[in-house]
Design a protein around this ligand. Structure first.
Ligand SMILES: *Cc1c(COP(=O)(O)O)cnc(C)c1O
Length: 328
């Protein structure tokens, strides 16, 4: 599954994922699924986070949703029946990371009830690791998922098509060449988009790690002292900062702020040091580069910065193909 939430279901990027042969597109937001459908994207759509209050919209927009609560399944069943569609579900199992998941000891009882709900079809199980607790996918927890799949098949004689082992953090486990058991699916966002695995953020061989670039304009370039002068109180975000005296340096302000991006997730391509940021200003040490007003500064983004920049209405998005040609 290609996971599109970090790019808000941007159709041109999703189309590239589909061209790259993912079998499903998964997103956490119903709005993003609608955006992709309206743009004419046709694939198996998966919803990664299923709110009970929006069950009707879920069955109308997602082919498959990930679930952990019976109350939500009942609601999905009700609306699926009303619209005369079958809604497919993947049940998420808790394997230690403590984000979403049915506890393994509750799984059998859960499935028993789920099987009694009309218009709900259980098509798989899955787990999510390395998100909250940072628990690494390894041979032990992956084998447990495989064993759960086997025991469900034995107990209920249902065919689970999808055994979804996790997200981009599963790269190391997958790449270690161990037996994958029954696991036949991963849900991959960051590794596809940014080209790195997510346990240590190492680049994945053969993938581009600079597919996304944030470009901002220099709006001030001046030699200034590196120590603020006057009585020091709180800054714009309630922190009291401390500063090191490095003498007079050329400082740059670029038109980018916390309303656009999380500055800690930016790395300037020219290794300009980020000195600080406020809602609309990012301050850089420009001593070595002598950039002037109107010049551009390019940044690479980490996942959090990508997510924020894609979400900011102030950041203009321009998509280019692999030859650098602008797409619509
Ligand atoms: C976001 C998400 C993913 C994708 O995670 P990446 O680290 O971007 O690969 C997979 N599964 C679920 C349930 C998610 O919410």
């Amino acid at each position: 599954m290609g996971v599109s939430k970090a790019v808000l279901g941007e159709p041109s990027i999703v189309a590239a994922m589909i061209e790259g042969k993912v079998s499903f597109i998964a997103d956490s937001r119903i709005e993003n699924l609608q955006k992709m459908k309206n743009a004419g994207i046709s694939t198996n759509f998966v919803l990664l986070r299923t709110p009970k209050s929006r069950a009707e919209s879920v069955v109308n927009n997602a082919d498959i949703s990930l679930n952990t609560e019976i109350e939500t399944l009942k609601e999905l069943s009700y609306y699926a029946k009303g619209h005369n569609i079958n809604h497919q579900v993947i049940l998420m199992v808790e394997l230690g990371d403590l984000r979403e998941g049915i506890l393994p000891r509750d799984l059998s009882q859960f499935i028993k009830i789920a099987l009694s709900l009309p218009h709900i079809q259980i098509v798989g199980i899955g787990c999510n690791l390395a998100c909250y607790g940072g628990v690494e996918p390894d041979d032990t927890n992956m084998r447990e998922l495989s064993m759960l799949a086997d025991s469900i098949k034995r107990e209920f004689n249902i065919n689970l098509e999808v055994i979804s082992g996790g997200n981009s953090a599963n790269y190391k486990w997958y790449n270690s060449g161990q037996d994958v058991g029954r696991i036949n699916n991963l849900r991959l966002g960051e590794s596809i988009l940014l080209g790195c695995e997510t346990l240590s953020r190492n680049p994945i061989p053969g993938l581009h790690t600079e597919a996304f670039q944030l470009i901002a304009e220099v709006i001030e370039s001046k030699n200034k002292p590196s120590l603020p002068f006057g009585k020091i109180g709180q800054d714009a975000f309630g922190n009291v900062q401390s500063f090191k005296d490095r003498g007079t340096r050329q400082r740059l302000i670029v038109a980018l702020g916390r309303q656009d991006v999380s500055p800690s997730g930016l790395r300037s391509k020219k290794n300009l040091e980020i000195l600080g940021s406020s809602s609309d200003h990012l301050i850089l040490d420009g001593e070595r580069n002598k950039l002037q007003v109107g010049d551009e500064v390019r940044f690479n983004l980490d996942y959090g910065a990508l997510l924020a920049a894609m979400t900011s209405p102030f950041v203009k998005k321009q998509f280019v193909d692999c030859n650098g040609n602008k797409l619509a």
